[in-house]
Design a binder for this molecule. Structure first.
Ligand code: 4AD
Ligand code: MG
Length: 468
């Protein structure tokens, strides 16, 4: 299209006063009308809202209007005029229309009646064009931006930690191995074990499950850092809350104790929820009306209150009392067990009716680096539990004592060889320090009200699924 008019994005255009010559580009959502006039709803992804294009049939060729189908891409130049019927203040009276890319209505998968979340996952390459995924992607972006803003405003340093690593930070062992060895011809050493000295890095390496250990190196140098990157876990958990590849935000702060850590975590998630309410209202309203009538109220409900802070031991008492009172859980609960999501949700949704921060867990269910309490059986961990999600944040004060850390490493039979660099932080000028990890997609489940974590990341990776 030959024109001197500059393209306006639809979000900006819908806020403009009528009278201007405008140029828009986007994809057709719907076309309706009659012989005389066509109404085209155009969307360019800048907002959930479409702009209505009004095209007088006599001004355009039949051939051109026939190619204006759902999914086709258009450039439209015309006059911005007041609108009566479109639900918007303005619409475009088309003067020139160019079909940039045709879209065969018989073959376009988004034409299908079946728009269940399950079906849309099978066409994840096209689902961003739906209203729902457009909204989710814009909210995802806004949350990522707000995370950087929150930490930048506080003077935290964004630290890039490696994705390929030899350390299993969480000690859970569910790592994806990274290798260039020929799997059909694996080199063995004299004892018959795989000879990793012949591998690319000369040692056994995996994709990281957490940037925390390297984060601690940053925090004990520049004070306060955060990481924000992809994280990989090869746990075979096929649940609506687990991904094999997810994004995690891990702040780590020198001179913070567990109280400071909890205060920061609470301030952080409240800031993000407030940011979404302030900046994503169109998208939230859409999701609220289409899927989840309680969404916006639930977002507001976490802002005005203080999260409940309760020890693991007290929580076990509450859950045991619930069982004694007749409440049925699928999994048993007693002191020493890790809570299942049904237990977490009972505490949050039934008992306290607000977000809960659980602290002071049995040391045997938590990672080696957590600060040990005086009682010898618990560690200074903290999990933030949210309504409908369960655990959204996991963190702790770190064990700062060289002696206690070394003792825990040997108790657990961990290989010290790979950890000497980490232990150096306790050897040279050790300080009290703390940190936590927020699961980005768990946060997005809460903020968008989506039911399944596969629907808040563009291309989910789960057991037996790595398409696109
Ligand atoms: O509780 P996690 O395992 O803690 C850590 O990794 C610590 N190194 C964090 C720290 O102290 N710096 O994981 C942190 C969070 C969880 O609370 C959860 O929100 C999310 O990461 N998460 C997952 N999200 C999606 N899919 C999975 N498989 C997840 N595993 C953990
Ligand atoms: Mg955890």
């Amino acid at each position: 299209m030959e024109t001197t008019v500059k393209r306006t994005k639809i979000k900006a255009l819908l806020a403009m006063a009528p009278g201007a010559q405008v140029l828009v580009k986007g994809w057709v959502r719907t076309k309706r009308g009659n012989k005389q006039v066509k109404f085209i709803a155009l969307n360019d992804g800048s907002t959930i809202n479409n702009v209505q294009i009004v095209a007088e049939a006599e001004q355009f060729s039949e051939e051109l209007l026939k190619n204006v189908t759902t999914g086709a891409s258009l450039a439209v130049r015309g006059l911005l005029v007041p609108s009566i019927g479109s639900g918007q203040a303005v619409e475009i009276k088309a003067e020139e229309i160019e079909v940039l890319g045709e879209c065969d209505p018989m073959r376009y998968p988004l034409q299908k009646k079946d728009t269940t979340m399950e079906y849309l996952r099978t066409i994840a390459h096209l689902r961003p064009r739906t209203n729902t995924f457009g909204a989710v992607l814009r909210i995802r972006h806004a949350m990522a931006f707000a995370i950087h803003k929150f930490f930048n405003d506080k003077g935290f340093v964004y630290l890039h930690t490696p994705l390929i690593t030899e350390s299993d930070a969480e000690g859970a062992g569910d790592m994806f191995q990274v290798t260039t060895l020929d799997l059909k011809n694996i080199p063995l050493d004299k004892k018959g074990n795989v000879d990793f000295s012949r591998d690319f890095f000369g040692k056994k390496t995996s994709l990281t499950v957490s940037g925390q250990l390297e984060g601690e190196l940053g925090a004990t140098a520049v004070g306060e850092i955060y990481t924000f990157g992809p994280t990989f876990r090869a746990e075979n958990s096929n649940t609506p809350r687990h991904l094999a590849e997810f994004w995690m935000i891990e702040p780590e702060m020198a001179f913070y104790d567990i109280q400071d850590n909890m205060d920061l975590a609470e301030e952080f998630v409240k800031y993000l929820v407030q940011y979404a309410l302030d900046n994503c209202m169109d998208d939230l309203q859409f999701l609220n009306s289409k899927y989840d009538e309680g969404l916006i109220d639930r977002l507001r409900s976490v802002l005005g209150i203080e999260f409940e802070r309760v020890t693991y031991t007290r929580a076990v008492e509450i859950l045991e009392a619930a069982v004694a009172g007749g409440h049925k859980f699928e999994f048993p609960v007693h002191w020493g067990t890790d809570f299942q999501s049904e237990h977490e949700r009972y505490l949050v949704e039934k008992f306290f009716n607000k977000p809960v921060i659980l602290t002071d867990f049995p040391k045997d269910i938590k990672a080696f680096y957590m600060k040990q309490n005086e009682d010898g059986r618990t560690v200074r961990g903290m999990d933030v539990l949210f309504p409908k999600i369960g655990e959204i944040i996991g963190g702790s004060e770190r064990e700062a004592s060289l002696e206690k850390l070394e003792q825990r490493i040997s108790e657990l039979g961990m290989s010290r060889k790979n950890l000497e660099w980490y232990i150096d932080t306790r050897r040279f000028g050790t300080v009290p320090h703390s940190g936590f990890g927020l699961g980005f997609e768990r946060l997005l489940l809460f903020v968008t009200g989506m039911q399944n974590i596969r629907d808040v990341i563009p291309f989910p990776r789960t057991p037996k699924n790595a398409e696109f």
